[in-house]
Design a protein around this ligand. Structure first.
Ligand code: GLN
Ligand code: ZN
Length: 774
């Protein structure tokens, strides 16, 4: 790393590979069709390619140990030997078998290659990584938890890169963030109390890295972007006091991302580290104070390229902001970086050969972002003249995007401006609506329904793929989907479900389906981002004003309704979820984008009602996960989320029943907002918690109807009638009988018909039993 130019880093890069090679390697290993060696070879091939690519693109601080076979938090649990007793780990290096047991569970008792017996065990709990759509495996600590070095992955991968000729900056999750992300079955155990026992392992890792030749190590403490109490701030000081002395020549870069440091800025600036990374995309407000207060010899890593979004940067504008800092501090006191690891953006825009060229010229995926970082670094080191053409091109693209007619739609903008608060109100309060809905729908007590999707079987997936490839004609595909839908409707009628669904066979994904039909949205072919383990998602891109050129779901819903006299529920993905699971334009406030989506959905709701659909469900599974990291921002977010939902829903008459659906395990923080959404019926995931999650609704005295899930659709296990009836009894202890609907926890698309059929038959039987007992 020469000192005559500004270093450039990535903080971390996508691991899955440009064509999801890691997914293929993992899944064939799990299926038993390839060996561990084949998996490990594929993984090292991906690492080598990624280091080489970064090197070729001019990255000077190339990360190592940012790769993971499953999850980097799980890697950290393995590194420090935080392996719960249930996994039968007997010390030593954590084996691949134990690692995947932690990640995915171990179905039955088994013996490993050395003949050690293993009991069956569930996977570690998984939860969202800060406010991203990446999920990590939650570390589990026990009382008297001891830590020991049980995986040398960070050192091995540093050396692996070294042997290929790449000098890397190893990445570790910081000890304080690691502890804070963990949990313990024993409520009296404060994970932070484990810090003294954890630091010796970290110190040992740092010593081994230094001995192997590392000069910088990147230690990620994204907890700095959260609201922290004094104890956590003290823990950070204590941790870095110890770590900075562990292997003195090794320089520590402490990184925080996903938001500003705000009240934690002083703490961060005073840590005894050599470098501090700042997220200047979300935490731009920190910069002036950081510059004013940073010790003169602290290296500042300036996170100027957005690691959370896919927009091409305006490089000249970034240079205007940071060039004075470089002039003031000197080029050896600055590193150019993305705001966070590039893990959260797709790999390479060049693979998008069918994307509209104009839109493409506004985008940057990980590879393109690396190039932007290099250009910034060069401009800072050699002067802007050295990269004039590129800077001009980036400025032109930014100007063209601002002025493009594709982004701005007069009608959409006018509708947004004209939306009035009364549009977000139903005609009558809930008790009156309930009377009218009962009169129109005539449903029994404990009405039964499902959440929307039915199994996406191999046949369905194959037909979709064939249609996409062009080997199945539009007409043949259409006939196929009609047959699937008809069969699903007939079967629901036969087993006696009260409110039917059409089954969502025509949908690839609940967000993409609508993204493909709304103006202002674009979908990519290869824009995959890791969600967890081998699972990836392909978020659509919202690039312009959103509106609905034509009805999106009316034909399928009406077809299903034409087959039966029972009500068929129209199924829509709500505005907040559409926003949350997309890459969102950065030139309009998010709440405005959300309102545009709400207005587009409102049109759909109106058309469904007009077409005679009497029940409409607007799914909002992502509502809670959109909660900002800092509590101070919660109210603004929730108010806007509620307003958008209501804007989409409130166009219908009193007799039309609006449902919503949410599936995650915590309602306490958002129960006021759920109440304010005022959906006539909400279905939620509750079966695993044995109805305990209803507590929030009980204490709130939630007045509208609720379908607490009685069938855990995440498990292949068949739920029995007794079991579901018992869950409904528990629900009756917490809600009034007239409020309760009977439904599964979530959509059934991931299950097989052989599982779904008997489960729903049992569910209907459970509802009948409750009706009879009335
Ligand atoms: N209607 C969707 C389905 O059934 C809802 C999915 C979800 O909640 N994530 O698949
Ligand atoms: Zn769900």
């Amino acid at each position: 790393m020469s000192s005559s130019s500004v270093p450039v880093s990535t903080l971390g890069v996508p691991r899955i590979g440009p064509r999801r090679e890691l997914k293929a390697a993992l899944e064939s290993y799990w299926a038993g069709s390839t060996s561990a060696t084949a998996l490990l070879d594929a993984a090292s091939g991906l690492r080598a390619a990624s280091w080489a690519r970064q090197h070729a693109l001019g990255i000077t601080h190339i990360p190592s140990n940012d790769f993971s076979l499953y999850d980097h938090v799980l890697d950290t649990s393995a590194m420090v030997g935080a392996i719960p007793a249930a996994y039968g780990w007997a010390g030593g290096n954590v084996s691949l078998d134990t690692y995947f047991a932690l990640a995915r569970g171990r179905a039955v008792a088994s013996a490993d290659a050395c003949g050690h017996g293993h009991a069956g065990a569930a996977a570690l709990e998984m939860t969202k990584w800060f406010d991203t759509n990446y999920h990590y495996m939650v570390p589990e600590f026990s009382k008297g938890q001891a830590f020991t070095l049980a995986s040398t992955k960070s050192i091995d991968e540093f050396r692996e890169a070294q042997s290929l000729g790449f000098h890397t900056r190893p990445v570790l999750i910081g000890p304080v963030t690691f502890l804070k992300l963990g949990k313990s079955a024993d409520a009296s155990l404060d994970p932070l109390a484990l810090l003294p026992g954890l630091l010796p392992v970290y110190s040992e890792v740092l010593r081994l890295l230094a001995a192997s030749g590392a000069d910088w190590v990147q230690i990620d403490e994204p907890c700095l972007a959260l609201d922290l109490d004094d104890a956590t701030r003290a823990a950070l000081r204590c941790a870095y006091d110890v770590l900075s002395r562990a292997a003195p020549p090794l320089r520590i870069l402490c990184t925080s991302y996903f938001g500003g440091l705000n009240g934690n800025l002083d703490t961060a600036l005073r840590l005894p580290v050599s470098g501090l990374h700042l997220d200047l995309v979300r935490g731009a407000q920190d910069l002036d104070r950081a510059i004013a207060q940073a010790p003169a010899d602290l290296v500042l890593s300036l996170g100027v390229i957005d690691g959370r979004n896919v927009w091409r940067a305006d490089l000249a504008a970034i240079l205007d902001r940071i060039a004075p800092i470089v002039d003031q501090r000197g080029i050896d006191r600055v590193i150019v970086a993305p705001s966070c690891s590039l893990l959260h953006v797709p790999v390479d825009l060049e693979l998008e050969t069918t994307l509209d060229p104009e839109l493409k010229s506004w985008l940057a995926f990980a590879v393109q972002k690396m190039d932007e970082l290099r250009i910034i670094g060069r401009a800072l080191s050699e002067g802007r003249g050295a990269v004039r053409e590129v800077l001009e091109a980036s400025g032109r693209a930014a100007a063209a995007r601002r002025a493009s007619p594709r982004i701005h739609n007069r009608t959409a903008a006018a509708r947004l401006a004209q939306a009035t608060p009364d549009m977000a109100h139903r005609h009558s309060p809930y008790p009156e609506r309930r009377r009218r809905q009962q009169a129109q729908l005539g449903l029994p007590h404990f009405p039964t329904t499902t959440i929307g999707s039915f199994p996406q079987t191999d046949t369905v997936r194959k037909a979709r793929a064939a249609h996409q490839k062009g080997t199945m004609s539009d007409a043949a595909y259409d006939t196929f989907l009609h047959q699937e839908t008809e069969a699903a409707v007939r079967w629901q009628e036969e087993i006696g479900i009260d409110v039917l669904v059409h089954g969502e066979f025509e949908r690839n994904d609940m967000v993409q389906y609508f993204g493909e039909r709304l103006a202002g949205y674009a979908c990519t072919r290869h824009g995959w981002v890791q969600s967890y383990g081998s699972r990836c998602v392909r978020p659509p891109v919202i690039f312009g004003d959103v509106f609905r050129p034509a009805p999106m779901t009316v034909a399928w819903t009406c077809y299903a309704q034409s087959l039966t006299r029972r009500p068929v529920k129209g199924m829509l993905t709500g505005p907040v979820t559409m926003l949350q699971w997309s890459f969102v334009r950065d030139d309009l406030p998010r709440d405005q984008v959300c309102r545009q989506i709400a207005l587009a959905l409102r049109d759909e709701v109106a058309d469904l009602e007009q077409a005679g659909i009497r029940v409409i469900q607007i799914d909002e599974p992502a509502l809670r996960e959109g909660l900002p990291l800092r509590r101070a921002h919660w109210k603004a977010y929730l108010d806007s989320a509620v307003a958008c939902f209501r804007l989409a829903a409130s166009i219908v008459g009193d007799a039309t029943q609006i449902h919503t659906h949410m599936c995650y395990s915590e309602f306490n923080d958002i129960i006021d907002s759920i109440g304010a959404m005022d959906a006539d019926v909400i279905s939620i995931e509750t079966s695993r918690s044995k109805m305990e999650l209803l507590e929030a609704f009980t204490s709130y005295r939630y007045p509208n109807e609720i379908g607490p899930g009685v069938y855990d659709i995440h498990s292949p296990r068949l739920p029995g009638v007794d079991e579901m009836a018992a869950l409904l009894d528990r629900a009756q202890e917490r809600l009034s009988a007239g409020q309760i609907w009977v439904n599964p926890d979530c959509g059934l698309k991931t299950r097989r018909w052989e599982e779904v059929r008997p489960a729903l038959v049992n569910m209907v039987a459970a509802a009948h039993r409750l009706r009879a007992a009335q």
